[in-house]
Design a protein around this ligand. Structure first.
Ligand SMILES: [Zn+2]
Length: 301
């Protein structure tokens, strides 16, 4: 294989842009898709592989500190592109056959502002720098939210009233580094970008990458389809990850929660890796090796 583009690195929004540019210049069949803009105005970039009708979405970096999930998505993209271009198998998969009739849409970094704040501090937040600083944006290892102090994965319209009640009980009443669901469901441009993408995309299922815990979440309320449990079990057996149930604040307002409730189709949250966020770059290859087949299954099932 020619030199890998998606080498382990601290993955801020600029790194994602650079890797996408390099991947596209090597693989001409890799298309981009404008998904939206962040609060500060950064582009939320999408990638498209394959032109089939069975569309699956995989997305990462909803949370600032979880930027290694963006690198994970881009590595997967690079391996898929390499396999399609060369005919080489990937984890025993013949990708041209596996991808026949399929289309993979990837949004490696849903929350580019949050990632840049987590890595570079409040000064990366442009016009919002002062308010991010006031919210604690320069405290190392804390930032999960977008630049307006809203936790994107609590901002989707699923179980909003319950989530509000839980926030109040936990003393979360306004913008901050993590866990505030925002003034209203879908109040954030990043959230709306993902909602609009799903409306246009008609995805058969969606996968959201988070870290950490080596767990797969698959359930949200009555509209969860029966096959979700089985798909989660298949992914778990390919990776050694656990199949989990969310508790407390993590149980409403998430992207996969909204997707399941809205469409009655499978949605998954995969908590990659083990350790403390941000997961260290040095552990990337090992984490990726363990997750590769699960991620391929997540796209091809
Ligand atoms: Zn997360």
């Amino acid at each position: 294989m020619s030199a890998c583009i998606t080498v382990p690195q601290v993955t801020d929004s600029g790194a994602v842009r650079g890797m996408i540019t390099a991947l596209r210049s090597r693989y001409s069949f890799l298309n981009t898709l404008p998904v939206g803009r962040s609060a500060v105005g950064r582009e939320i970039m999408g990638l498209v592989m394959g032109g089939g009708r069975e569309r699956v979405l995989i997305s990462g970096a909803f949370h600032g500190q979880e930027w290694l999930t963006a690198l994970t998505a881009l590595r997967l993209c690079e391996e898929l592109c390499h396999g399609l271009a060369t005919g080489e198998k990937l984890a025993e998969w013949d990708l041209s056959r596996a991808m026949a009739g399929r289309c993979v849409v990837m949004v490696p970094m849903v929350n580019p502002d949050g990632v840049d704040i987590a890595i570079h501090g409040s000064q990366s937040a442009g016009a919002l720098a002062q308010s991010v600083q006031d919210m604690g944006g320069d405290e190392p290892g804390a930032w999960q939210a977008n630049a307006r102090g809203v936790d994107i994965n609590h901002n989707f319209n699923a179980g909003w009233d319950l989530l509000q009640e839980m926030e109040r009980k936990k003393g979360i009443t306004g913008p901050g580094p993590r866990q505030w669901g925002g003034p209203a469901p879908g109040s954030e441009s990043e959230t709306r970008a993902m909602v609009n993408l799903c409306k246009k995309g008609r995805f058969r299922h969606v996968v959201a990458l988070h870290s950490q815990g080596e767990e797969i979440y698959w359930e949200y309320g009555e509209r969860t389809p029966d096959r979700s449990r089985l798909m989660a079990a298949v992914m778990a057996s390919a990776s050694g990850y656990g199949v989990a149930r969310p508790e407390g604040l993590a149980s409403h307002g998430g992207f996969k929660d909204w997707f399941i409730q809205e469409y009655g189709r499978p949605g998954f949250t995969i908590e990659l890796g083990k350790g403390e966020n941000p997961l260290p770059v040095e552990g990337f290859e090992e984490m990726y090796e363990k997750a590769r087949e699960m991620l391929l299954l997540a796209l091809m099932m």
